[in-house]
Design a binder for this molecule. Sequence first.
Ligand code: ADP
Length: 290
Amino acid sequence: MLLELHNITKKYDNAAVLHDVSFTLKPGVYGLLGSNGSGKTTLFRIICGVTKQNTGTITYNQRDIHSNPDAFRSILGFLPQDFSYYPDFTGMKFMLYIAALKGINKKIAKKRCLELLELVGLEDMKNKKIRKYSGGMKQRLGIAQAMINDPEVLILDEPTVGLDPKERVRFRNLISSFSENKIIILSTHIVSDVEYIADEILVLNQGRLENRGASAELVNTISGDVWESVVEASKLDEILADYVISNQKHTANGTVLRIISKEKPTPNAQQVQPTLEDLYLYYFREDANK
Ligand code: ADP
C-alpha cells in the first residue's frame, strides 16, 4: 500500500492554493496540520477525485488513481468536513443507504452496518433518529459510513470539530483501533488531536508542504527557539507586539511569557523545551496573531 502525490498544484481563479505538493504515504496514521485556508480540504478533495488538480499526479500502488477511478474509490473511505446526513433517518437506515450507494450486496450490508455501528459505539443508538444524536455520535456515524467498504485509504477532514474532550479521546482510540494496515489521513488545526494519534505529521502552510515527521522530530527542529521570560508591566506591550507569544501567565513577579524567537528576546529569557503547540505557532504565526 503506497499512496504517492507528485507535484500537485491547484489554482482557483489563477491563484494557487496548492503549490507542488509531493509526499508518499505507507500504512499508518498521518495528521495533516494547517491553519484554516492552508489547503487541507482542497488536497483531500483532489485525492478523493471530487476536485481535479491542475498539474501533478497521484498514484496508488504505482497506478494513477485517475486511470481507474472506480477501482480507487472502492478502496477509499472519506469523511468530508461538511458530512451530510438525513436527520430523520435512523443510524442503521443511514448506514444501509450508504451501503446501497456503494453497491454492497444487501445481505452483506446489514451485517457490515451492524458491525460498524458496534465498532463506533452506536449499537444502542442504531434505531434512533440521527437528529437525536450528539455531535460526537454524528461524527462517529460519519466515520462508520466512511468505513463501509473496509477501505485501505481512509481520509477524515477535520473529524474532531465540535467534539468535547471526552469525545476527542474516544475518537483517538477509535482511530488507533482500526489503523492497522490502513493509510489514515486526518486533517486538523487542533494540535493535540494529532500529537497523540498520528505516527507522522504533515505541515501544510499556505498550500505548501513545509515539513513532515514524527511529532518529536518536528518539535526538535525548533529546539533553541522557545523561551520563557518574566516581563514587568511597563515592557509587556512592546514584547507582545514584537514577538510570537505562545503563552502568557500573570504572576506576582510580573507576566511570564512563552516566546518563539530565533534570538534571545529579553536579557532574562531562558530556553525551554518546545512543544508541538509552539511548533504550530512557529509555522502559523501570522494566522495566530490575527
Ligand atoms: P483548509 O481546508 O486548510 O481550511 P481549503 O482547502 O478549504 O483550506 O482552502 C484553501 C484556499 O482555497 C482558501 O483560500 C480557500 O478560500 C480557497 N478555495 C477553496 N475552495 C475554493 C473554490 N471552490 N473556489 C475558490 N477558492 C477556493
